[in-house]
Every structure is written in C-alpha cells, then in structure tokens.
Write a protein that binds this ligand. Structure first.
Ligand code: HEM
Length: 221
C-alpha cells in the first residue's frame, strides 16, 4: 500500500518489486500456458476423433515446410474451439476475486455488496455448471465453433477473467498455444496409455488448477 501511494512519476522499482514482477510473469504467463497445452493434449488423447479432425484442419493450412502465418493461425476454427473448450474444463485460475471500492447494489436482487467486501467468482464451478453447458463435464469443442458461439451466456466463460483487470497476456497466450499445437500435431499423435489417469486428480492448491499427474503417450505420425 505504501508503494502505491507514491507519485507514479517519481516511483522507482525496488529489487523486491522487480523480483515479484518477474515471478508473477513466470507464474501468470508460463505456468498457465503450459498447463493449457498439457490439459489440451490430455483431452485430445482421450478423444481421437476430435484429434483426427484437428489434424486435418492443421495439415490443410500449413505450407510445404509445415509453417503457418499469423493470419492463417487466427483463422482455424477447430483449433480455436479445442483450446477454448480446454480452458473451459481446465481454467488455470479456478476462482477470481474482487474487492468492492464502494457499496454496489445488484439491480433488483435485493443484494448490496458493501464497500471493502471481497467477492469470489467460482470460475471452475461456473464452467462446469449444467445450467450453462449441456453435458458440462464432457469435452465438446463444437460448443465453441462459430455456428454455436451465440448460444454461450455472457460471463459464464471466464478463463482469462473479465473487466479492467482481465488477463493482459490473453492474445499472446492463445497464439502461443495454437502455434505449439500446430507444430506438434502435424508430426505427432497424442494417445492414452496405461499411466493416463481418467479422471484426473487435483491438488488442493487453489486458486490454481493443478492435477497430480497428466500423462499422455506420443506417437510419431
Ligand atoms: C492460457 C494462458 C493464460 C491464462 C488461462 C491466464 C489467465 C489469467 C486470469 C484468469 C487472470 C485474472 C483476470 C481477472 O482477475 O479478471 C490473469 C491475469 C493476468 N495475466 Fe494471465 N493468463 C494466461 C496467460 C498469460 C500470459 C502469457 C501473461 C503474460 C505474458 C499473463 C499475464 C497476466 C497478468 C500480468 C495478469 C494480471 C492483470 C491485472 O491484474 O491487471 N497471462 N490471467
């Protein structure tokens, strides 16, 4: 609180603040992205028919060297849907929190959030609620295909949060995960093995989703 009170123009970063920022960047930027790749590989191994569809979409979009342009990458609907569905089932940040800066009345619900009160938003529970997603625990990327996106209810899909404090790395993260899948899937196939746990088990490490073990086999195509 003391450091926030200083005039921003005169503010200099201390060594502790620099270390804290670097640490948050690794945790917020690296752990989340690698988790998404891990859970995505896991679901593709369990759903080979979806992996086959994705493979076809990828090989029909890359050039003869197996490379892809930024514009082309953004245009692959199934790749986008597979990653969105992975982030629905496995949101790295399982709950969001906010602290009210002022009293806030929630329309005609009769509920007022008082100034200073903390509000927890249970992202994981919302993402897996039958109220918003049919067969909520099932991996079904088609929910996020362009023809179905209009069925999504606002604020029920929050893998990157929402509002002024949402994730600043979202576009970069999505591009990174897409590019990694394009390069891996055109050369390898993810497969279920005897060591693949179904269902996954989690550590009690809220607010981050952390499975005890995500093992998938990899076969060369
Ligand atoms: C799949 C990858 C990622 C996921 C799922 C993710 C998720 C999130 C979520 C849920 C929040 C909190 C948003 C809120 O409270 O409304 C957040 C904040 C943040 N993320 Fe990400 N993130 C990812 C990748 C990245 C990357 C690559 C970076 C940086 C290079 C990054 C940097 C940040 C930062 C700095 C914040 C804090 C923003 C603020 O408080 O104003 N994230 N992220």
């Amino acid at each position: 609180m003391k450091s926030m009170a200083v005039n921003a123009i005169n503010k200099k970063l201390t060594m502790d603040e620099m270390v804290a920022q670097a640490w948050v960047f690794f945790l917020a930027g690296s752990e989340t992205t690698s988790n998404t790749l891990g859970y995505g590989s896991y679901e593709l191994a369990l759903n080979p028919h979806i992996q086959d569809r994705l493979y076809k979409e990828i090989v029909s979009s890359v050039d003869s060297e197996g490379e892809i342009s930024y514009d082309e990458l953004a245009k692959l609907p199934l790749l986008d849907a597979v990653i969105s569905e992975t982030l629905r089932l496995y949101p790295s940040v399982v709950r969001l929190d906010r602290k009210a800066k002022a009293d806030y009345r929630l329309a005609d619900t009769g509920i007022t959030i008082e100034k200073g009160k903390c509000v927890e938003i249970p992202v994981y529970a919302i993402h897996r609620s039958e109220e918003y997603y049919e067969n909520a625990h099932q991996f079904d990327p088609d929910r996020f295909m362009p023809q179905n996106r209009h069925k999504l209810v606002a604020y029920t899909y929050l893998p990157f949060g929402a509002g002024p404090h949402n994730c600043i790395g979202m576009r970069f993260a999505l591009m990174e995960v897409k590019l990694a899948f394009v390069h891996i899937i055109q050369r390898f196939r993810f497969v279920r093995t005897e060591q693949t746990s179904v269902p996954l088990e989690y550590r009690k490490a809220v607010p981050f989703l952390s499975a005890t073990s995500v093992v998938v086999g990899i076969q060369k195509r």
